[in-house]
Unconditional design. Structure first.
Length: 183
């Protein structure tokens, strides 16, 4: 959270809690691999298109289309579970690769069950996995549309919170519900 991107204290309010990824090293490695995957995918699509047009091979642009569809899950990975910092009047979210953004409490539309994670316990020694999707009307960049679309929520911008991706998930969920109660 850089000081250049923060609004004044009277706009954001007091810091309530911060919820980073529980394993920061894993998050940095994931960010690096996601960036490399996105770059490779874009270069691969461009290369297939250039070769297809240059050599007049009609199947290469079709292959480029299939390769381009792999961008969706990579983009989803970069925005699905951002770091969330709760302030008195706003949320600060920082996705894996993209710049962070501020969301006012009145910009949050609703909370939905997380459909992009496997919930519950999958192994005996594992803790239970729960999560929520936060649908936002105002404040999120268009890249977050990929979460809403792939989660089956429609053409809405959203981000997820879960027990495996945020430290102190219960406090985060409670803070969001406290500031934005749903019926």
């Amino acid at each position: 959270m850089g000081t250049l991107t923060q609004p004044p204290d009277d706009t954001r309010g007091a810091l309530i809690s911060d919820h980073p990824h529980p394993r920061p090293f894993l998050r940095r490695i994931t960010a690096l691999l996601a960036a490399l995957g996105l770059a490779g995918d874009i270069l691969g699509v461009a290369g297939l298109l250039v070769l297809g047009v240059g050599y007049r091979l009609p199947l290469l642009p079709v292959m480029a289309l299939f390769l381009a569809t792999l961008l969706a899950p990579l983009l989803l990975l970069t925005v699905l579970h951002p770091r969330v910092t709760v302030y008195e009047r706003r949320l600060w979210i920082k996705p894996l690769l993209w710049p962070g953004c501020w969301i006012a409490w009145d910009g949050i539309a609703r909370m939905a069950d997380h459909t992009l994670i496997r919930r519950g316990k999958t192994k005996e020694h594992e803790k239970e996995h729960f999560g929520q999707l936060i649908v936002v009307d105002q404040g999120l960049p268009p890249i977050f549309l990929v979460v809403g679309i792939m989660a089956g929520l429609g053409w809405v911008r959203a981000f997820g919170i879960s027990t495996h991706s945020h430290m102190d998930y219960n406090a985060l969920r409670s803070a969001i519900q406290k500031h934005k109660p749903w019926t």
